[in-house]
Write a protein of this length. Structure first.
Length: 154
């Protein structure tokens, strides 16, 4: 049976859980000895006090910000999405950036991120000379479903 194994590394670590039966992610909480002040424009690496073991290399754990983190707190993950590989056994940390112009205080036990376990197929890589053609082709950002922006001449 596949399962996510979890180990508390600190006594005050909070075992993550899903907030509702339909939640995709497990809420991860700060594991701090005392409140942490993140200065305006500053970064912090916040410990969770937890380590995990995924069922095998066919899985990855992804760390996402909780939706309220940016909207209510003015914090975002420093790397957008955290990637926890199947062979990592160290403590999970949450890297955050305070994008506001005031300090932000993070309290012990505060839910900051979500851990989502996703299957990852280990596809073989093969270098080729050409790729299949598609309707989209090499169109990039905003290239589907919208008309191109025309530059105005002045």
């Amino acid at each position: 049976m596949n399962e996510l194994k979890l180990k508390k590394l600190r006594e005050n670590a909070v075992v993550p859980r899903r907030a509702t039966p339909g939640s995709a992610g497990l809420d991860l909480s700060a594991c701090l000895e005392r409140p942490l002040a993140i200065p305006a424009g500053g970064r912090a690496l916040i410990p969770t006090g937890l380590a995990i073991a995924l069922p095998g290399p066919e899985y990855v754990a992804l760390l996402f910000a909780r939706s309220s983190l940016g909207v209510k707190r003015g914090l975002m993950l420093t790397n957008g999405v955290g990637v926890i590989d199947s062979d990592y056994r160290g403590e999970i940390h949450i890297g955050v950036y305070n994008f506001t112009n005031v300090p932000c205080i993070v309290e012990n036990g505060e839910r900051l991120a979500q851990l989502v376990v996703v299957p990852v197929p280990a596809l073989p890589v093969r270098e080729v000379e050409t790729l299949d053609e598609t309707e989209r082709g090499a169109g990039g950002f905003g290239s589907t479903g919208t008309a191109p922006v025309k530059e105005e001449k002045t």
